[in-house]
Structures are given as C-alpha cells and as structure tokens.
Design a protein around this ligand. Structure first.
Ligand code: GUN
Length: 292
C-alpha cells in the first residue's frame, strides 16, 4: 500500500513557492500578499486562518489578517471586502467560512474581485474552472489534483467516484476529474446523501474521493481492492490516551481500508496540508498576474 503523504508534498510545494518568491524579490518584484478576513470566534476557523497566516511567513509572503466581531453587519463586511479589492498591495483575499447566519455568503463571495479570489469561490472562477479556462481552483480540489499528479496516479479511463457534492470540494472535484487532461479523463460518478446503493457504486471505483463529512463513513467493504482512496474528512474525537485529549480521524475507516487499497491519504497529513499549499500557490499566481 502506498501512503500518499500530503504533509511532505505540501512542504515540497511550499519550498518551491519560497524559491520563486526569493527570485521575485531578488529581481525587485512585488512580494505576494494574502489578506484573510475572519469573522467571529469559531475555533476551527481560527486554527485554519492562523495556519494560513503562518504559512505565508514560511514562504516569504506578506499577509494581513482582518479580524471582525461576530456582530459585524453585512454592509460593514462588504465594505471591508471592497477596500481590499481596491488595495493594489494585496494580491489575494479569502473570507474564512462559515460566516454568521445574518450575513449572506453569496453576497460576500460575489463582492470579491475574481482577480483576487484565490479561494476560487466566486462565480467567475467556478465558471472558468468548469470551462477549463485559466482560473483559481478551490484549494482542496486543487490540492487533490496535485497529489494525484505528484504520485502519478493513473486516471485516464478510470472510474472516479466522489462522495459529497459541496461547492467547496465534491462538485468541483467531479468536474476536474472529468476534464480532458491529466489528472482527469475519468468516468465520474458524483454521489451524495440521497444516493441509493452507494456501496455498490463505491465498490466499482478505481479512485474514490470522500468528502461527506461523516467520521469513518467509508468501510473496507465499500472499496475495491487496489483502488486509490482520497480522504477529505477531518474530525476531532476525544481520546483520553492522548496528551491533547483528542485525535483526528477522516471520513474513511483508515485501518481496515488501507489493508485493501493500492494507495490512500492519511488523516492527519493527507489532503489537509495540501489545501494551504494550494492557497499559497494561487496567491503566487495572482501576484505574478498569471491567471487574469
Ligand atoms: N472553510 C472551510 N474551508 C474553507 C476554505 O477553503 N476557504 C475558506 N475561506 N473558508 C473555508
């Protein structure tokens, strides 16, 4: 069994980005600059945003973190986005999700200038990605594509089954895997919570991408021998034997599934670290003017 190491791959990518940033700085070019907006005190969101800011430092980017109170109005948040849109110093902008209920995610997302939308969430970038035009591709799907590429997973003509239809992962993933380029050219089945006979479908998958958000949902009897399994899930569960008091598990029952498959991503250390590497990469592309 091949363990697809997202932690190491993300470190490789960050080194490559750092090298490119050093080159840009040497030539007197502009230092890439990522801005992140964090609204409220959601624990997971704070962890993610802090990790993003720290990674910016690691590769030599500038970063700006805008923290706003849970009570911020939609109009105020729209204004902050607008200010960053117009700030020529800033190359990329992300608004960490989820947002408080009184704020429309659609309105905020639609306010982000597509040229700075390094999360790839705006209609412009989703549309461009779907058409195969130059685009910022959402970080998690992009990270998975990069893992498949760097581990040389064969995809052409294979059956790729995606579990989960979110706008952030499942849906874009299904589009990317069907594209007429590597990694892609798959026959794709996009499944979700209403899918009937799910196990029958997943058992025919050569590549199984799991983003359903349910701990250890995929069991050994749901996978084909020799398949490649990508686990996007991340869940904290209590574990008194750990110093931290918890451990992380994915959407896949790793111990039993890993016995049966050809390749699998672990949790932690699989897809997770790749999302930040992708975000940094998109920000570099923006600073270099390579997408728009
Ligand atoms: N919340 C969960 N995943 C993401 C992501 O990729 N970007 C942002 N901005 N928020 C998220």
């Amino acid at each position: 069994m091949l363990l697809i190491d997202g932690k190491k791959t993300s470190e490789d990518i960050k080194s490559e980005i750092a090298e490119q940033v050093a080159k840009i700085k040497n030539q007197g070019g502009k230092t890439p600059h990522l801005a992140a907006i964090l609204v409220g005190n959601d624990g997971a969101s704070q962890t993610y945003v802090n990790a993003k800011v720290k990674s910016c430092e690691q590769v030599g980017f500038e970063s700006t973190l805008v923290r706003l109170d849970e009570s911020v109005t939609e109009a105020e948040l729209l204004q902050v986005v607008s200010d960053i849109n117009e700030n020529p110093e800033i190359d990329g902008l992300i608004v960490q999700l989820p947002l408080p209920k009184h704020i429309s995610v659609e309105k905020i997302t639609n306010k982000i200038k597509p040229e700075k939308d390094v999360d790839g969430f705006t209609p412009a970038n989703v549309g461009r990605m779907t058409l195969g035009w130059p685009a910022y591709v959402a970080a998690t799907p992009y990270g998975i594509v990069e893992l498949l590429k760097r581990y040389k997973v064969e995809t052409s003509g294979k059956h790729c089954v995606v579990i989960g239809r979110s706008h952030i992962v499942g849906s874009p993933m299904s589009i990317l895997m069907a594209r007429n380029e590597y990694p892609g050219n798959c026959t794709v089945t996009l499944t979700h919570s209403r899918t009937q006979n799910l196990a029958e479908i997943t058992r025919s998958a050569d590549i199984l991408i799991v983003a359903i958000g349910k701990p250890e949902f995929v069991t050994a009897e749901m996978v084909k021998e020799g398949a490649t399994v990508i686990d996007v899930g991340i869940h904290r569960i209590e574990d008194a034997t750990r110093k931290s008091g918890f451990r992380l598990i994915g959407d896949v029952k790793f111990d039993e599934v890993s016995e049966k498959v050809a390749a699998i991503t672990p949790v932690p250390g699989g897809v997770g670290p790749m999302t930040i590497a992708s975000l940094l990469y998109n920000t570099l592309l923006s600073a270099e003017g390579k997408v728009y």
